[in-house]
Design a binder for this molecule. Structure first.
Ligand code: NDP
Length: 296
């Protein structure tokens, strides 16, 4: 069997197009332009790339993008003061503080300071609680993108066996909550899970969010399963020349794609969906704050 490759780039472009349409209608009918504020502390090169991509795609969708770049050594109090200003700024519908933050700043304190209504990353404890109790929440972007791809693949997920590998607050746990809310039968695996191969091999849906290159092997996958690979790992690629590297996922793509029914590639799978969902969340936040109809 050769798996269908789930094209995250095309899917994400479609979401961005729908967001742009809704934004242009909002402008025309209500004179409102949604705004996303992104805060970057320090100069981590990977974060820099993400922030640039977020800015470009926000502007392309017709929304305002406000970038705040702060020095690595900024005091936590100054960062919190900026978050307060953004909370109070009516032009700002979404606030995203790019993680990781430098070690001297407590991430939890900063995330807790963001107005939950503007928390487009969905990391505020209030949104975590709303999601966990099946209420209307701001949903973390990466798992939301994964869910959309799975629903496009399967339609109804009711009763399917889903295994999420990884239990981080930003991917694994919210992914499991979303799958549970969609009526899948959910198992969360982690570094202490025994017999991981056996656990994975009973899954109709596998979501890998571990951060270990190609750890999930092809012969772990149930024939016909859908495999969503969240991992982004940079590894050496001597075949491309001396000192070259390439990106790879948490799944052994070459082997898994001969067994799975559908699979996301890395890059070009979950990654593009994450930013598209950020834009969708910003639009949703803008609609909710203003009491306007939300995009469907
Ligand atoms: P974390 O490091 O926070 O979490 C990794 C999880 O994997 C932990 O729960 C850990 O278990 C588990 N784990 C580690 N080793 C094993 C093992 N041998 N067997 C089973 N489980 C294991 O990572 P994130 O959730 O933040 O990210 C995961 C991956 O997804 C990374 O590669 C990251 O780069 C990528 N990512 C991609 C995004 C995208 O947009 N595509 C967005 C966010 C992340 P334990 O809890 O027991 O330690």
């Amino acid at each position: 069997m050769t798996a269908k490759i789930i094209d995250g780039k095309t899917f994400a472009a479609r979401i961005r197009g729908a967001v742009a349409c809704h934004v242009s209608r909002m402008k025309a009918e209500h004179g409102v332009t949604p705004g996303l504020a992104v805060v970057l502390v320090g100069d981590d090169p990977a974060s820099e790339v993400y922030v640039r991509a977020k800015h470009r795609q926000t502007v392309e969708a017709g929304m305002n993008s406000f970038e705040h770049r702060l020095p690595e050594e900024i005091a936590a109090a100054d960062l919190l003061a900026l978050v307060d200003r953004l909370n109070a700024d009516d032009a700002v519908d979404g606030i995203l503080v790019q993680l990781p933050l430098p070690g001297h700043i407590a991430e939890a304190e900063v995330l807790a300071a963001i107005d939950p209504a503007k928390d487009v990353d969905g990391f505020h404890i209030e949104n975590v609680g709303l999601l966990a109790t099946g209420q209307k929440a701001m949903v973390p972007c990466t798992p939301l993108g994964c869910l959309m791809m799975l629903q496009a693949e399967h339609g109804d997920l009711s009763g399917l066996e889903a295994v999420v590998i990884g239990r981080s607050n930003i991917v694994g746990k919210p992914m499991a909550q979303l799958l549970l809310a969609a009526n899948a039968t959910v198992t969360i695996a982690h570094s202490q899970t025994r017999h991981l191969k056996a656990v994975v091999s009973r899954a109709d849906i596998v979501v890998a969010a571990v951060g270990r290159p190609e750890m999930i092997k092809g012969d772990w996958i149930k024939p016909g399963a859908s495999v969503i690979d969240v991992g982004i790992n940079r590894i050496d690629a001597p075949e491309r020349g001396p000192g070259k590297t390439r990106l790879t996922g948490d799944v052994d793509f070459a082997a898994a794609s001969t067994v799975a029914g559908a699979i996301t590639p890395v890059p070009g799978g979950v990654g593009p969906m994450t930013i598209a969902c950020l834009l969708a969340n910003t639009l949703t936040a803008a609609c909710r704050r203003r009491g306007l109809a939300e995009p469907t």
